[in-house]
Design a protein around this ligand. Structure first.
Ligand SMILES: Nc1nc2c(ncn2[C@@H]2O[C@H](COP(=O)(O)OP(=O)(O)OP(=O)(O)O)[C@@H](O)[C@H]2O)c(=O)[nH]1
Length: 350
Protein backbone atom coordinates (compact mmCIF):
# COMPACT_ATOMS: atom_id res chain seq x y z
CA UNK A 1 0.00 0.00 0.00
CA UNK A 2 1.29 3.49 -0.79
CA UNK A 3 2.08 5.84 2.07
CA UNK A 4 -0.17 8.58 0.72
CA UNK A 5 -3.21 6.49 1.46
CA UNK A 6 -2.20 6.09 5.07
CA UNK A 7 -1.25 9.69 6.02
CA UNK A 8 -3.99 12.00 7.22
CA UNK A 9 -2.15 14.90 8.85
CA UNK A 10 -1.96 18.24 7.08
CA UNK A 11 1.30 19.38 8.58
CA UNK A 12 4.66 17.71 8.41
CA UNK A 13 5.06 16.08 11.78
CA UNK A 14 8.61 15.46 12.99
CA UNK A 15 8.86 11.99 14.44
CA UNK A 16 10.70 11.50 17.72
CA UNK A 17 13.34 9.54 15.84
CA UNK A 18 14.13 12.48 13.52
CA UNK A 19 17.26 13.27 15.54
CA UNK A 20 18.59 9.75 14.86
CA UNK A 21 17.65 10.07 11.19
CA UNK A 22 19.50 13.42 11.03
CA UNK A 23 22.52 11.94 12.81
CA UNK A 24 22.60 9.16 10.18
CA UNK A 25 22.39 11.74 7.36
CA UNK A 26 25.17 13.92 8.84
CA UNK A 27 27.47 10.93 9.28
CA UNK A 28 27.71 10.68 5.49
CA UNK A 29 29.06 14.28 5.17
CA UNK A 30 27.31 14.59 1.83
CA UNK A 31 25.31 17.78 2.42
CA UNK A 32 26.62 20.81 0.48
CA UNK A 33 29.17 18.75 -1.46
CA UNK A 34 29.82 19.80 -5.08
CA UNK A 35 27.78 18.47 -7.99
CA UNK A 36 29.03 15.17 -9.32
CA UNK A 37 28.50 13.36 -12.60
CA UNK A 38 27.92 9.94 -11.02
CA UNK A 39 24.84 11.20 -9.18
CA UNK A 40 23.59 13.18 -12.24
CA UNK A 41 23.80 9.99 -14.27
CA UNK A 42 21.46 8.23 -11.86
CA UNK A 43 18.82 11.01 -11.89
CA UNK A 44 18.97 11.13 -15.70
CA UNK A 45 18.46 7.38 -15.80
CA UNK A 46 15.48 7.71 -13.42
CA UNK A 47 13.74 10.21 -15.76
CA UNK A 48 14.29 7.90 -18.74
CA UNK A 49 13.12 4.73 -16.98
CA UNK A 50 10.04 6.40 -15.48
CA UNK A 51 9.31 8.48 -18.61
CA UNK A 52 8.93 11.72 -16.65
CA UNK A 53 10.63 15.11 -17.04
CA UNK A 54 12.03 15.46 -13.49
CA UNK A 55 14.12 13.38 -11.07
CA UNK A 56 15.85 14.40 -7.83
CA UNK A 57 18.19 12.99 -5.24
CA UNK A 58 16.92 14.81 -2.15
CA UNK A 59 18.41 14.71 1.33
CA UNK A 60 16.10 15.77 4.14
CA UNK A 61 18.02 17.92 6.62
CA UNK A 62 16.65 19.53 9.83
CA UNK A 63 15.02 22.54 8.15
CA UNK A 64 15.71 22.11 4.48
CA UNK A 65 15.78 19.55 1.75
CA UNK A 66 19.12 19.67 -0.02
CA UNK A 67 19.25 18.44 -3.60
CA UNK A 68 22.36 16.43 -4.44
CA UNK A 69 21.36 16.04 -8.07
CA UNK A 70 18.40 16.92 -10.27
CA UNK A 71 17.35 16.30 -13.84
CA UNK A 72 14.96 18.54 -15.72
CA UNK A 73 15.49 21.68 -13.63
CA UNK A 74 18.08 23.50 -11.55
CA UNK A 75 17.45 23.41 -7.82
CA UNK A 76 19.80 23.69 -4.82
CA UNK A 77 17.53 23.29 -1.83
CA UNK A 78 13.97 23.83 -0.57
CA UNK A 79 12.55 24.67 2.86
CA UNK A 80 11.59 21.37 4.48
CA UNK A 81 7.92 22.37 4.60
CA UNK A 82 7.90 22.94 0.83
CA UNK A 83 9.22 19.54 -0.15
CA UNK A 84 7.25 16.41 -0.97
CA UNK A 85 10.27 14.38 0.10
CA UNK A 86 9.90 15.56 3.72
CA UNK A 87 6.64 13.63 3.75
CA UNK A 88 8.17 10.66 2.02
CA UNK A 89 10.93 10.10 4.61
CA UNK A 90 8.27 9.86 7.30
CA UNK A 91 6.27 7.20 5.46
CA UNK A 92 6.90 3.86 3.83
CA UNK A 93 9.97 2.98 1.80
CA UNK A 94 8.04 3.96 -1.36
CA UNK A 95 5.68 6.90 -1.59
CA UNK A 96 3.51 7.84 -4.54
CA UNK A 97 1.15 10.82 -4.83
CA UNK A 98 -0.75 10.57 -8.13
CA UNK A 99 -2.16 14.13 -8.00
CA UNK A 100 -0.29 16.58 -5.80
CA UNK A 101 -3.00 19.25 -6.27
CA UNK A 102 -5.63 16.88 -4.88
CA UNK A 103 -3.67 15.89 -1.78
CA UNK A 104 -4.23 18.24 1.19
CA UNK A 105 -0.61 17.80 2.31
CA UNK A 106 0.90 18.94 -0.98
CA UNK A 107 -1.78 21.02 -2.75
CA UNK A 108 -0.48 24.29 -1.20
CA UNK A 109 3.24 23.66 -1.84
CA UNK A 110 5.16 26.06 -4.10
CA UNK A 111 6.03 23.49 -6.75
CA UNK A 112 2.34 22.49 -6.97
CA UNK A 113 0.79 25.97 -7.15
CA UNK A 114 3.66 27.69 -8.97
CA UNK A 115 5.86 26.73 -11.91
CA UNK A 116 6.21 24.00 -13.07
CA UNK A 117 2.85 22.96 -11.46
CA UNK A 118 3.90 19.46 -10.44
CA UNK A 119 1.16 16.85 -10.31
CA UNK A 120 2.69 13.39 -9.94
CA UNK A 121 5.30 12.42 -7.34
CA UNK A 122 6.86 9.03 -6.80
CA UNK A 123 9.86 8.30 -4.57
CA UNK A 124 11.93 5.58 -2.96
CA UNK A 125 13.63 6.24 0.36
CA UNK A 126 17.42 6.36 0.58
CA UNK A 127 18.01 4.20 3.60
CA UNK A 128 21.19 4.46 5.68
CA UNK A 129 23.06 1.34 6.76
CA UNK A 130 21.43 1.69 10.20
CA UNK A 131 17.93 1.84 8.71
CA UNK A 132 17.09 5.57 8.60
CA UNK A 133 15.48 7.26 5.58
CA UNK A 134 17.95 10.10 4.96
CA UNK A 135 16.30 11.27 1.73
CA UNK A 136 14.78 10.03 -1.48
CA UNK A 137 15.32 9.32 -5.12
CA UNK A 138 12.15 10.79 -6.59
CA UNK A 139 10.60 11.44 -9.96
CA UNK A 140 7.92 14.03 -10.79
CA UNK A 141 5.66 14.95 -13.65
CA UNK A 142 3.43 17.90 -14.47
CA UNK A 143 0.70 15.41 -15.45
CA UNK A 144 -1.15 13.37 -12.81
CA UNK A 145 -0.55 9.62 -12.91
CA UNK A 146 1.22 6.63 -11.47
CA UNK A 147 4.35 4.68 -12.34
CA UNK A 148 3.99 1.15 -13.62
CA UNK A 149 5.05 -1.69 -11.32
CA UNK A 150 8.14 -2.19 -13.47
CA UNK A 151 9.10 1.48 -13.29
CA UNK A 152 8.61 1.51 -9.53
CA UNK A 153 10.77 -1.61 -9.14
CA UNK A 154 13.54 -0.07 -11.29
CA UNK A 155 13.35 3.19 -9.32
CA UNK A 156 13.89 1.14 -6.14
CA UNK A 157 16.98 -0.48 -7.71
CA UNK A 158 18.31 2.94 -8.74
CA UNK A 159 17.74 4.21 -5.19
CA UNK A 160 19.93 1.36 -3.92
CA UNK A 161 22.63 2.46 -6.39
CA UNK A 162 22.35 6.05 -5.13
CA UNK A 163 22.78 4.83 -1.56
CA UNK A 164 25.75 2.63 -2.55
CA UNK A 165 27.36 5.71 -4.13
CA UNK A 166 26.74 7.80 -1.00
CA UNK A 167 28.32 5.02 1.12
CA UNK A 168 31.29 4.80 -1.27
CA UNK A 169 31.94 8.55 -1.16
CA UNK A 170 31.68 8.54 2.62
CA UNK A 171 34.10 5.59 2.92
CA UNK A 172 36.57 7.31 0.58
CA UNK A 173 36.41 10.45 2.72
CA UNK A 174 36.94 8.47 5.93
CA UNK A 175 39.85 6.60 4.37
CA UNK A 176 41.51 9.84 3.24
CA UNK A 177 41.12 11.26 6.77
CA UNK A 178 42.63 8.07 8.26
CA UNK A 179 45.59 8.24 5.85
CA UNK A 180 46.18 11.92 6.75
CA UNK A 181 46.05 11.02 10.46
CA UNK A 182 48.48 8.13 9.95
CA UNK A 183 50.83 10.36 7.96
CA UNK A 184 50.79 12.87 10.79
CA UNK A 185 51.46 10.17 13.37
CA UNK A 186 54.30 8.72 11.28
CA UNK A 187 56.03 12.09 10.85
CA UNK A 188 55.41 13.77 14.21
CA UNK A 189 57.17 13.39 17.54
CA UNK A 190 54.38 12.96 20.08
CA UNK A 191 56.11 14.67 23.02
CA UNK A 192 57.21 17.89 21.30
CA UNK A 193 54.79 18.09 18.37
CA UNK A 194 57.85 18.59 16.14
CA UNK A 195 58.71 16.53 13.07
CA UNK A 196 60.44 13.29 14.01
CA UNK A 197 63.89 12.22 12.86
CA UNK A 198 62.60 10.19 9.91
CA UNK A 199 60.57 13.12 8.62
CA UNK A 200 63.58 15.45 9.10
CA UNK A 201 65.93 13.23 7.10
CA UNK A 202 63.35 12.84 4.34
CA UNK A 203 62.86 16.61 4.03
CA UNK A 204 66.60 17.29 4.30
CA UNK A 205 67.31 15.18 1.21
CA UNK A 206 64.73 17.17 -0.68
CA UNK A 207 66.11 20.52 0.55
CA UNK A 208 69.68 19.57 -0.41
CA UNK A 209 68.51 18.74 -3.94
CA UNK A 210 66.54 21.97 -4.13
CA UNK A 211 69.47 24.10 -2.95
CA UNK A 212 71.66 22.56 -5.63
CA UNK A 213 69.06 23.07 -8.33
CA UNK A 214 68.22 26.67 -7.44
CA UNK A 215 71.71 27.68 -6.24
CA UNK A 216 70.32 28.60 -2.83
CA UNK A 217 72.07 28.41 0.55
CA UNK A 218 70.91 25.86 3.14
CA UNK A 219 71.50 25.83 6.90
CA UNK A 220 70.72 23.60 9.88
CA UNK A 221 70.71 24.24 13.64
CA UNK A 222 71.50 21.45 16.07
CA UNK A 223 70.15 22.37 19.50
CA UNK A 224 71.02 20.46 22.68
CA UNK A 225 69.62 21.30 26.11
CA UNK A 226 72.45 21.81 28.61
CA UNK A 227 72.81 19.42 31.54
CA UNK A 228 69.45 17.85 30.77
CA UNK A 229 70.39 14.79 32.78
CA UNK A 230 70.50 17.00 35.89
CA UNK A 231 66.97 18.26 35.23
CA UNK A 232 65.71 14.67 35.03
CA UNK A 233 67.67 13.70 38.14
CA UNK A 234 66.53 16.72 40.17
CA UNK A 235 62.87 17.05 39.11
CA UNK A 236 62.05 13.69 37.56
CA UNK A 237 61.41 12.49 34.00
CA UNK A 238 57.89 13.92 33.80
CA UNK A 239 59.23 17.43 34.37
CA UNK A 240 62.03 16.65 31.90
CA UNK A 241 59.37 15.74 29.35
CA UNK A 242 57.52 19.02 29.99
CA UNK A 243 60.73 20.94 29.42
CA UNK A 244 61.22 19.23 26.06
CA UNK A 245 57.61 19.96 25.11
CA UNK A 246 58.03 23.64 26.09
CA UNK A 247 61.19 24.00 24.01
CA UNK A 248 59.45 22.23 21.11
CA UNK A 249 56.61 24.75 21.25
CA UNK A 250 59.11 27.62 21.45
CA UNK A 251 60.80 26.39 18.27
CA UNK A 252 57.50 25.95 16.41
CA UNK A 253 56.43 29.47 17.36
CA UNK A 254 59.71 31.16 16.45
CA UNK A 255 60.71 29.81 13.06
CA UNK A 256 59.31 30.52 9.60
CA UNK A 257 56.63 28.32 8.06
CA UNK A 258 59.10 26.95 5.52
CA UNK A 259 61.66 26.08 8.23
CA UNK A 260 61.49 22.62 9.72
CA UNK A 261 61.94 22.19 13.47
CA UNK A 262 62.31 18.56 14.51
CA UNK A 263 63.37 16.25 17.30
CA UNK A 264 66.60 14.65 16.20
CA UNK A 265 66.70 12.30 19.17
CA UNK A 266 66.64 12.44 23.00
CA UNK A 267 67.08 16.04 24.08
CA UNK A 268 68.66 17.05 20.77
CA UNK A 269 66.56 19.16 18.41
CA UNK A 270 67.27 20.24 14.87
CA UNK A 271 65.93 23.01 12.62
CA UNK A 272 66.40 22.94 8.84
CA UNK A 273 66.53 26.43 7.35
CA UNK A 274 65.97 26.42 3.58
CA UNK A 275 67.31 29.34 1.55
CA UNK A 276 69.20 30.71 4.58
CA UNK A 277 72.90 31.68 4.53
CA UNK A 278 75.19 31.19 7.53
CA UNK A 279 74.76 34.80 8.80
CA UNK A 280 70.96 34.48 8.94
CA UNK A 281 71.16 31.04 10.54
CA UNK A 282 73.55 32.29 13.27
CA UNK A 283 71.29 35.25 13.97
CA UNK A 284 68.25 32.98 14.35
CA UNK A 285 70.30 30.56 16.51
CA UNK A 286 71.25 33.41 18.87
CA UNK A 287 67.58 34.54 19.07
CA UNK A 288 66.46 31.00 19.88
CA UNK A 289 69.24 30.54 22.45
CA UNK A 290 68.17 33.76 24.24
CA UNK A 291 64.49 32.75 24.15
CA UNK A 292 65.23 29.29 25.52
CA UNK A 293 67.24 30.90 28.34
CA UNK A 294 64.34 33.26 29.13
CA UNK A 295 61.66 30.55 29.07
CA UNK A 296 60.23 29.56 32.48
CA UNK A 297 59.53 25.93 33.38
CA UNK A 298 57.62 24.55 36.36
CA UNK A 299 58.33 21.70 38.73
CA UNK A 300 55.34 21.79 41.09
CA UNK A 301 55.43 25.21 42.72
CA UNK A 302 59.05 25.80 41.73
CA UNK A 303 60.00 27.60 38.56
CA UNK A 304 63.32 27.24 36.80
CA UNK A 305 65.12 28.12 33.59
CA UNK A 306 67.33 26.07 31.33
CA UNK A 307 69.95 26.86 28.69
CA UNK A 308 70.84 25.26 25.39
CA UNK A 309 73.89 25.07 23.13
CA UNK A 310 73.43 25.46 19.41
CA UNK A 311 75.64 24.44 16.49
CA UNK A 312 75.05 25.94 13.05
CA UNK A 313 75.84 24.08 9.85
CA UNK A 314 75.61 25.93 6.55
CA UNK A 315 76.30 25.42 2.84
CA UNK A 316 76.17 27.94 0.10
CA UNK A 317 75.23 26.46 -3.27
CA UNK A 318 78.87 26.27 -4.47
CA UNK A 319 79.95 23.94 -1.70
CA UNK A 320 76.73 22.00 -1.17
CA UNK A 321 77.60 18.50 -0.12
CA UNK A 322 74.93 16.12 1.13
CA UNK A 323 72.44 15.91 3.97
CA UNK A 324 74.84 14.03 6.27
CA UNK A 325 77.54 16.64 5.61
CA UNK A 326 75.27 19.47 6.70
CA UNK A 327 74.19 17.69 9.89
CA UNK A 328 77.80 16.74 10.71
CA UNK A 329 78.86 20.36 10.37
CA UNK A 330 76.05 21.44 12.74
CA UNK A 331 76.90 18.61 15.15
CA UNK A 332 80.62 19.52 15.19
CA UNK A 333 79.72 23.15 15.88
CA UNK A 334 77.41 22.01 18.70
CA UNK A 335 80.26 19.98 20.20
CA UNK A 336 82.48 23.09 20.15
CA UNK A 337 79.70 25.12 21.83
CA UNK A 338 79.49 22.50 24.60
CA UNK A 339 83.27 22.44 25.02
CA UNK A 340 83.42 26.23 25.14
CA UNK A 341 81.13 26.31 28.18
CA UNK A 342 77.52 25.71 26.87
CA UNK A 343 74.66 28.25 26.52
CA UNK A 344 76.21 29.57 23.32
CA UNK A 345 76.06 29.41 19.53
CA UNK A 346 78.91 28.15 17.34
CA UNK A 347 78.68 28.68 13.61
CA UNK A 348 80.05 26.76 10.60
CA UNK A 349 83.09 24.52 10.31
CA UNK A 350 86.19 24.95 12.49
N1 LIG B 1 62.70 13.41 30.35
C1 LIG B 1 63.31 13.03 29.23
N2 LIG B 1 64.65 12.88 29.20
C2 LIG B 1 65.25 12.50 28.08
C3 LIG B 1 64.53 12.24 26.92
N3 LIG B 1 65.39 11.92 25.94
C4 LIG B 1 66.65 11.96 26.47
N4 LIG B 1 66.57 12.32 27.77
C5 LIG B 1 67.64 12.46 28.74
O1 LIG B 1 68.53 13.48 28.35
C6 LIG B 1 69.75 13.25 29.05
C7 LIG B 1 70.91 13.57 28.15
O2 LIG B 1 72.06 13.47 28.93
P1 LIG B 1 73.50 13.78 28.40
O3 LIG B 1 73.65 13.22 27.01
O4 LIG B 1 74.50 13.35 29.44
O5 LIG B 1 73.54 15.32 28.21
P2 LIG B 1 73.24 16.51 29.20
O6 LIG B 1 72.94 16.05 30.58
O7 LIG B 1 72.18 17.34 28.56
O8 LIG B 1 74.58 17.27 29.21
P3 LIG B 1 75.18 18.18 28.06
O9 LIG B 1 74.44 17.88 26.79
O10 LIG B 1 76.63 17.82 27.98
O11 LIG B 1 74.97 19.59 28.50
C8 LIG B 1 69.73 11.81 29.51
O12 LIG B 1 69.56 11.78 30.91
C9 LIG B 1 68.50 11.23 28.85
O13 LIG B 1 67.87 10.25 29.63
C10 LIG B 1 63.10 12.38 26.97
O14 LIG B 1 62.35 12.17 26.03
N5 LIG B 1 62.53 12.78 28.14
Amino acid sequence: MLAVEKVHTLHIARPQADQFRLAALHRYHILDTPACEDFSFLTELATKVCEVPYAFISLVDADRVWIKSCSGMQMGELPRGESYCSLAVLGDAATEIPDLSADPRTAHMTLTVGEPHMRMYSSVALTSSDGHAIGTLCVMDTKPGRLSDDQRATLAKLARQVMALIELRSNERNLEAAVRELELLATTDELTGLHNRRSLLHRLKFEVARSRRFRAPLSALMIDIDHFKKINDEYGHVVGDHVLANVGRLLRENVRVIDMPSRYGGEELCVILPNTPVEGACKLAETLRAKIEAQLHAAGARQFRITASIGVGSFNHMEIDDAEGLLKQADDALYRAKRAGRNRVECGSD
